[in-house]
Write a protein that binds this ligand. Structure first.
Ligand code: UGA
Length: 465
């Protein structure tokens, strides 16, 4: 997030220097290498290094000396009781504050990281003032949350839909308006707490929206309806909007769950029970359990079966596996005796590292496959967990590698024509077949007869989409 933000500023004509306490990361940037898989980031890095508007420094002191406005893009990991751990932010604030003691003139410190409402004003400002021996005469602290989604971070950073700044001085506002003047986005000016609340509200609302579509997907299955068709029509209402209504195996990623928990914790501290937001997390777990049930029912008895899970990142377009729904799904399948073969075009190594670091998962029958072909070899079913373009094209030879050409598509990513050409038996999450609706398909039930089960998942020709 920090790198993308820095490069977006450089792209819009602002001179930027970056600093990180990890020297290996600075080394990579100097060689023009992007440290993460993110569309467009490596190209932007190369271009902005060439433009001379982006460089790096090796210390807080150099950063404090060379810059007027300093954006803190430090991590805010999960802490205890749902709260975020402000440790990295506070360490950064105190290091920066110390470096600011010797720097001359006014400085504006801007909190880009996601921090709960009240943090910039009540926690970070005092920490910075204490460490820097400055006060509001020569130091301002502002909040300026980001709304970047992985996979589209560069676009989101270079061309944001809105810029939200939280300030309590005209000087800070002027500086931020200057920095964002070429972005062509509306600038909303609030207090620091107000800006912080916008970030959490936006993520909580998006999580609610996805959770809503997920619940509708379970109804759609029972009713013999395709959830996408229904949600597309719902989203045509401009008061609702069509994005983030795509049902799936439950949301993952480093933000939604963590942010929802942190917002709930902040609500508790302030004596406000956020009942609606609280329901989001349980509903999300229900959806993952439902996705697993769908696989269980499609495959029939999992014990001894070979199941390929394709797509391990929390969504397509990123190598990030944090809170990916692939973890609980793979664990369930393996615990029930399935041999699980895993593949992802970019996130395989990250998944492997995270999977093997948890002792509770040791000994479960999973294997990591370098190619889709290896994963599909003699498989009884394939599960599409993240809709990478590679999978969506599904060449017919992939079906021939499988023992049973069955795909449980948790994202409804495979087009009917692709399925037909590949001769697939296809079960789509959120896609009810008339047969399933008549029979009264029940979540959690694994007691339907195999004949009924086979007819419910049906040949692809019978699936109405
Ligand atoms: C999210 C927000 O979208 C960003 O605006 C925000 O800046 C970011 O969190 C953050 O706080 O840093 P991100 O977590 O990268 O971005 O990814 P999303 O595209 O929001 O997806 C989150 C999860 O929801 C994924 O698992 C995705 O598959 C799922 N999702 C999303 C659905 O299941 N259906 C949808 O229609 C949309």
């Amino acid at each position: 997030m920090g790198l993308t933000t820095a490069l977006a500023f450089a792209h819009q004509g602002v001179h930027v220097v970056g600093y990180d306490i990890r020297s290996d990361l600075l080394g990579q940037l100097r060689q023009g290498r992007s440290p993460v898989f993110e569309r467009g980031l490596a190209g932007l890095l190369r271009r902005e290094r060439r433009s001379g508007r982006f460089g790096t420094v090796d210390s807080w002191e150099a950063l404090a000396a060379k810059t007027q406005v300093i954006f803190l893009c430090l991590p805010t990991p999960r802490g205890s009781g749902g709260r975020i751990d402000l440790g990295p932010m506070l360490r950064g604030a105190s290091e920066l504050g110390r470096a600011l003691r010797t720097a001359r003139g006014y400085r504006l410190v801007v909190v880009k990281s996601t921090v709960v409402p009240g943090t910039s004003e009540d926690v970070l400002r005092p920490a910075l003032e204490k460490a820097s021996h400055r006060d509001s005469g020569t130091l301002d602290v502002a909040a300026n949350p980001e709304f970047l989604a992985e996979g589209s971070m560069v676009r989101d950073a270079v061309a944001p839909e809105r810029v939200v700044i939280g300030v309590n001085s005209a000087r800070a506002e002027q500086w931020l308006r200057r920095i964002y003047r070429n972005f062509g986005a509306p600038i909303v000016v609030l207090s620091p707490s107000g800006a912080e609340l916008v970030k959490y509200s936006a993520n909580a609302f998006l999580a609610l929206k996805v959770g809503f579509a997920n619940e509708m997907s379970r109804l759609a299955e029972m009713l013999g309806v395709n959830v996408d068709h229904a949600m597309d029509a719902v989203g045509l209402d401009s008061r609702i909007g069509g994005r983030f209504l795509s049902a799936g195996p439950g949301f993952g990623g480093s933000c939604f769950e963590k942010d929802v928990r942190a917002l709930l914790a902040r609500g508790r501290e302030l004596g406000v029970d956020l009942r609606l937001i609280r329901a989001v997390l349980a509903a999300n777990d229900d959806q993952t359990a439902h996705a697993t049930d769908l696989i269980r029912q499609a495959v029939s008895d999992l014990n001894g079966k070979t199941v390929a899970v394709l797509g391990l990142s929390f969504k397509a377009g990123t190598d990030d596996v944090r809170e990916s729904r692939a973890f609980p799904i793979v664990r369930e399948l393996a615990a029930e005796g399935a041999k699980v073969r895993l593949h992802d075009p970019v996130a395989l190594e990250n998944f492997r590292k995270a999977w093997t670091s948890d002792p509770q998962r040791q000994g479960l029958p999973v294997s990591f496959c370098r190619t889709v072909e290896e994963a599909l070899q003699r498989a009884d079913a394939a599960v599409l967990q993240a809709a990478w373009p590679k999978y969506v094209r599904w060449p017919p030879r992939w079906s021939r590698l499988m023992r049973t050409p069955l795909v449980v598509d948790l994202r409804r990513a495979l087009d009917p024509s692709v399925r037909r050409r590949a001769g697939l038996r296809w079960v789509g999450l959120g896609v009810g077949t008339p047969a399933r609706a008549r029979r009264g398909y029940v979540r959690g039930s694994v007691r339907t007869s195999s004949a009924a089960r086979n007819s419910s998942s049906g040949a692809s020709g019978r699936v109405r989409t």
